[in-house]
Design a protein around this ligand. Structure first.
Ligand SMILES: NC(=O)c1ccc[n+]([C@@H]2O[C@H](COP(=O)([O-])OP(=O)(O)OC[C@H]3O[C@@H](n4cnc5c(N)ncnc54)[C@H](OP(=O)(O)O)[C@@H]3O)[C@@H](O)[C@H]2O)c1
Length: 330
């Protein structure tokens, strides 16, 4: 089969698109004919070697897939050949990645694709959607009527946070780095959106939430705790899920006297069972037309290196050039 893989970490040029043996599914795995994959910042960190990861080479890139089961192992429950499925959290902890024509995936990581939903859309909502759902529901416990601020509301995760917070009944204020992305935040359902490069975010948040923000979702990798804690409501919660290198100062007094809490998490620590609950919500919301994918462009898998370069420039070098997810088709 064709696959996009690496035999060492390094710049996008280490990616080879070539032939590898088609995997043989174990008893608990399904062999999936992959129809679409997408790129996430974590793919870039793993490929470049920026974060330590146990990789067995040749290592197939990619965490997410959407496709159709062509073979189901004898112990697989709930899935059969011909079913359309999606998955995230592959390419991690010894599992091979998804950037290939076929992938063998343990059935516990598979979720059905709702009827009428495209492979491209569901794959673009997979890792980002599970992250947003877990952070909002399991970690921050967002409730209807609460106010949510999301720093970076049009990015991969941010676009899911905006939409899911609205679905959960919150009032949402979001930021973005261009006027087009501000408009995108509004289109996704944000009640208010602010350009963080040209507008006064603090003044906008104070006007939107005079009693403070209940849940603050931070997508930027350098959180400003002084600013955030000052804008949090009593018992406000802050979600932290980016910025491995960040070591910012922290205002201890102002934080604890308001009974605030910090919720750090990495979605890849969530078990298949925890992710299933998030996936069920995602499937329901997508089927109901309440959750939409935001896709920048669709490329052939042969352009995996170019896709990695684009993602790296946008997220790591902070050009913000992408306006949605990069989807690849084997
Ligand atoms: N812990 C986890 O489980 C988990 C899961 C997924 C992702 N992540 C991490 O979360 C981050 C976001 O992921 P993603 O897939 O959404 O990436 P992305 O699509 O590149 O989005 C990055 C977002 O951050 C915003 N941003 C960057 N600098 C900012 C600043 N100074 N002020 C306000 N907003 C700023 C961007 O806004 P503009 O584009 O408008 O500038 C954009 O909305 C990445 O660092 C990723 O590695 C963690």
């Amino acid at each position: 089969m064709k696959a996009a893989f690496i035999t060492q970490t390094g710049p996008p040029e280490v990616i080879t698109v070539g032939d590898l043996p088609t995997p043989k599914p174990t008893r608990r795995q399904c062999l999936v004919k992959v129809a679409a994959v997408d790129v996430n910042p974590i793919d870039v960190y793993v490929r470049s070697g920026a974060i330590p990861a146990k990789l067995s080479f040749p290592f197939i890139l990619g965490r997410d897939l959407a496709g159709t089961i062509v073979e189901a192992g004898a112990s697989v429950k709930g899935f059969k050949a011909g079913d359309r499925v999606w998955a995230t959290s592959q390419g991690f902890e010894g599992r091979q990645g998804t950037f290939a024509e076929f992938a063998a995936v343990d059935y516990r990581w598979l979720h059905p694709i709702p009827e009428g939903v495209s492979d491209e859309d569901i794959v673009a909502l997979s890792l980002t959607g599970v992250t947003a759902q877990l952070g909002l529901v399991r970690n921050a416990g967002l409730k209807a009527g609460e106010t949510l601020f999301v720093n970076g509301g049009s990015g991969g995760v941010g676009a899911c946070v905006v939409q899911m917070a609205k679905i959960l009944g919150a009032r949402v204020i979001a930021t973005a780095g261009t006027d087009q992305k501000v408009a995108a935040c509004r289109d996704l359902g944000a009640d208010q959106a602010v350009n963080y490069k040209t507008e006064d975010v603090v003044a906008a948040v104070k006007a939107f939430a005079p009693d403070g923000v209940n849940v603050w979702w931070e997508n930027a990798r350098e959180p400003d705790f002084d600013r955030t804690v000052a804008l949090l409501a009593m018992r406000g919660r802050m979600v932290l899920m980016a910025g491995r290198e960040a070591r910012p100062p922290f205002p201890v007094g102002p934080f604890y006297v308001k009974d605030c809490s910090l919720h750090g998490f990495a979605m890849f620590n969530a078990s298949a069972r925890e992710q299933r609950a998030a996936a069920n919500s995602i499937n329901r919301w997508v089927a109901e037309g309440k959750l939409r994918a935001r896709i920048d462009r669709v490329l052939p898998l042969s352009q995996a290196a170019e896709a990695h370069r684009l993602q790296e420039e946008s997220t790591v070098q902070k050009t913000g050039a992408l306006a949605g997810k990069l989807v690849l088709k084997p």
